[in-house]
Design a binder for this molecule. Structure first.
Ligand SMILES: CC(=O)SCCNC(=O)CCNC(=O)[C@H](O)C(C)(C)COP(=O)(O)OP(=O)(O)OC[C@H]1O[C@@H](n2cnc3c(N)ncnc32)[C@H](O)[C@@H]1OP(=O)(O)O
Length: 129
């Protein structure tokens, strides 16, 4: 995959440690944990842009390019690529800073579509910036 070793694009939205409780017996971090961190980062960034509640409506073409290992720092970068009437599409890239090194590699990427919701959980227009 091109661009696996940088530079990162977008905004650094979330950083966290990959812990043993997030891994299988081989020390590989579960893909679901990585997806969950990416979902949280997309939710944070979209809620800031929508200035309100959002929900994930679709995740497109998620690819796991490299494994995340116990001790890596997961760094999730987000970029708003499209704002629709009620939806926001974000490019979300997860990078792993390898344990106790300066090596950083892109491990997972996907496009997330988030929808702005009103108090009743119905789609609501995204406000102007
Ligand atoms: C915090 C969380 O993440 S919550 C956990 C996971 N998410 C959820 O539980 C959400 C469950 N889904 C839902 O409740 C509903 O699908 C809702 C409320 C999000 C959207 O309801 P819908 O009836 O699909 O709304 P609607 O058809 O008006 O679409 C809303 C927007 O989403 C877009 N959209 C809907 N489905 C998709 C899809 N599969 N792919 C891409 N965009 C989509 C629409 O194009 C529209 O965008 P626009 O207004 O910018 O043109």
């Amino acid at each position: 995959m091109p661009g696996n070793n940088g530079p990162q694009t977008g905004e650094l939205t979330l950083r966290t440690f990959a812990m043993p409780s997030d891994a299988n017996a081989a020390g590989d971090i579960f893909g679901g944990w990585v997806m969950s961190q990416m979902d949280m980062a997309a939710g944070m960034r979209a809620a800031e842009r929508a200035r309100g509640r959002v929900a994930t409506v679709a995740v497109k073409e998620m690819a796991f390019a490299k494994p995340v290992k116990v001790g890596d720092t997961l760094c999730v970068y987000t970029e708003v690529v499209k704002v629709g009437r009620t939806s926001i599409t974000l490019k979300v890239d997860a990078w792993a800073r390898r344990y106790l090194t300066d090596i950083i590699e892109k491990v997972t990427y996907a496009d997330f579509v988030m929808v702005a919701l009103d108090g009743e959980g119905r789609p609501t227009p995204i406000p102007e910036e």
